[in-house]
Design a protein around this ligand. Structure first.
Ligand code: ZN
Length: 299
């Protein structure tokens, strides 16, 4: 367990809702939820709630896990901003600035998926993994890579959801991504599934043939990730994946076929250990913000 004795504040800025919380390790002591309508309607109430909460809980750091794209380059004047996002009202939002105004302790800032991946590394399904990947498939598709306990950044942060893959041609669908059409997000995210089948993912029967097509396409994506990053675990969360072991198994079977026995020891049984749901479940997001706060405190 990771540095669980300090009080940490977190902000998870999600595409639909924002959660502010106070936690000690994985124990959430208090939280505040607000719909992610516009920066004005969210950031100030969140700061006000945290300021008030601080009277009761003397937190030592704040972690912010945000939907992207975000600027993570500390040398950029835009560090801590949500940059050019298709989400209305949120482009060029100074997220970190809204907190810096009143808090002078350590502040961690990263993508929601990097935060969730770090929380799973600290407390969840990827503990002790030198390299792990966290993917969420829901309204969109995003992923973060944790290497040696640190979320991977570089020119920006991974944008693996926009990877192009060899798609399944049983289904003629132009794709739902506003930038690329049929990138992996454009093929398999919640809105794409609805556009392909006429139904939201949660209403589709287990026997629906779309699952085999989606499993083939997601397996293309994950096979590429296995070759690129050599992860010990790939945790897949989000509404599309929730509570669907049958779908996980289809995905693993497809990955096994695509790998063609190329990677020694990575057989179907090993894939059963590698391709799994996150252990923290729907707390991976908010605890991701807490994990980023802990990481900032330790720096
Ligand atoms: Zn795309």
């Amino acid at each position: 367990m990771k540095n669980d004795n300090q009080l940490i504040a977190g902000i998870e800025l999600g595409g639909t809702k924002t959660i502010a919380l106070i936690a000690r390790g994985t124990e959430i002591l208090d939280e505040f939820r607000i719909p992610s309508t516009s920066p004005e309607e969210v950031l100030e109430p969140v700061s006000n709630w945290l300021k008030k909460a601080r009277e009761k809980y003397d937190f030592k750091a704040i972690g912010i896990a945000s939907f992207g794209p975000v600027c993570l380059d500390k040398n950029s004047p835009e560090f801590g901003f949500i940059t050019a996002t298709p989400k209305p009202n949120w482009s060029n939002t100074d997220v970190i600035g809204s907190v810096k105004k009143w808090f002078d302790g350590p502040i961690g800032f990263d993508t929601d998926v990097n935060g969730a991946g770090l929380a799973e590394y600290y407390w969840g399904a990827s503990q002790n993994c030198d390299t792990s990947i966290y993917v969420t498939i829901g309204t969109g598709l995003g992923g973060g890579i944790i290497a040696n306990g640190v979320p991977l950044h570089g020119f920006m942060h991974p944008e693996m959801g926009h990877m192009r893959i060899r798609r399944n041609h049983q289904h003629d669908f132009k794709g739902a991504c506003p930038f690329h059409g049929d990138c992996i997000e454009g093929l398999v995210c919640g809105p794409a599934i609805k556009a392909r089948t006429g139904k939201p993912a949660e209403e589709l029967m287990k026997e629906d043939p779309i699952w085999e097509i989606l499993a083939d396409e997601i397996a293309e994506f994950l096979t590429n990730l296995i070759y690129v990053a050599s992860p010990r675990k790939i945790l897949i969360g989000g509404g599309v994946m929730h509570d669907k072991e049958y779908f996980f198994q289809k995905i693993r079977n497809n990955i096994n076929d695509k790998l063609g026995n190329y990677i020694h020891d990575l057989d179907l049984s090993a894939l059963g250990e590698m391709i799994i749901p996150p252990k923290l479940g729907d707390k991976a997001g908010p605890l991701g913000a807490i994990a980023l706060g802990i990481a900032a405190l330790e720096k």
